[in-house]
Design a protein around this ligand. Structure first.
Ligand code: IMP
Ligand code: MG
Length: 185
């Protein structure tokens, strides 16, 4: 493919902007205040699940106005046709004991809910002081397991979104806004 057709295909993938950069930042400020208020003075560990949540984590941690630490995990889920949980594979784990921390998981999107359901169970088994989940986006219509994030900045219908860390085949993560992906592209 020549340069023009690569760019054209890329641009065709962006159907429409659903959440602007300004709307994202305003919601992050509000959620950051909620977390800062409720954990003030307590040991917080923000845990982001790579890769999708890296952009959200970068902005969200800067909206936290109380002391906190930051950690990253990389997880892959294998379900092979079942809707049961318990098969999350950690490809990169946290580098410390979490038993003295209030863990706040910082996720990009909750879709079927299986990944976070597994990760929450797994982190709880390590006996942290508490575990809460903050997600940028929630697609409750798609849920396959009973899972509810503690804070969802935006609830969206069932369509595939890209941008602000979220990808389609590893592309579009660097868009500063959230867009609907054009499946025909
Ligand atoms: P779940 O386990 O089905 O809740 O989904 C987990 C992962 O699927 C998310 O962390 C995303 O990486 C990916 N995902 C789900 N929906 C979308 C979407 O609309 N755009 C991009 N990635 C998505
Ligand atoms: Mg993800």
């Amino acid at each position: 493919m020549d340069k023009n057709s690569v760019v054209e295909k890329y641009e065709r993938g962006i159907k429409r902007v659903v959440i602007t950069a300004e709307e994202i930042q305003a919601a992050i400020k509000e959620a950051g205040k909620k977390i800062s208020d409720s954990y003030d003075g307590k040991p917080i560990l923000l845990v982001s699940i790579l890769k999708g949540a890296f952009v959200f984590m970068a902005d969200f941690c800067r909206a936290i106005t109380v002391p906190c630490e930051i950690g990253f995990m990389c997880a892959k889920s294998y379900y092979e046709g079942t809707v049961s949980s318990g098969v999350v594979k950690i490809t990169m784990d946290l580098d410390k004991d979490i038993s003295n921390y209030h863990v706040v998981i910082v996720e990009d999107i909750v879709d079927t809910g299986r990944t976070l359901n597994d990760i929450v169970k797994m982190l709880k088994s390590r006996n942290p002081l508490s575990v809460r989940v903050v997600t940028l986006l929630d697609k409750p219509e798609r849920r396959l397991v009973d899972f509810k994030p503690d804070i969802a900045l935006f609830t969206i219908p069932d369509y595939f979104v890209i941008g602000y860390g979220l990808d389609c085949a590893e592309m579009y993560r660097n868009l500063p806004y959230i867009a609907e992906f054009n499946q025909e592209a």
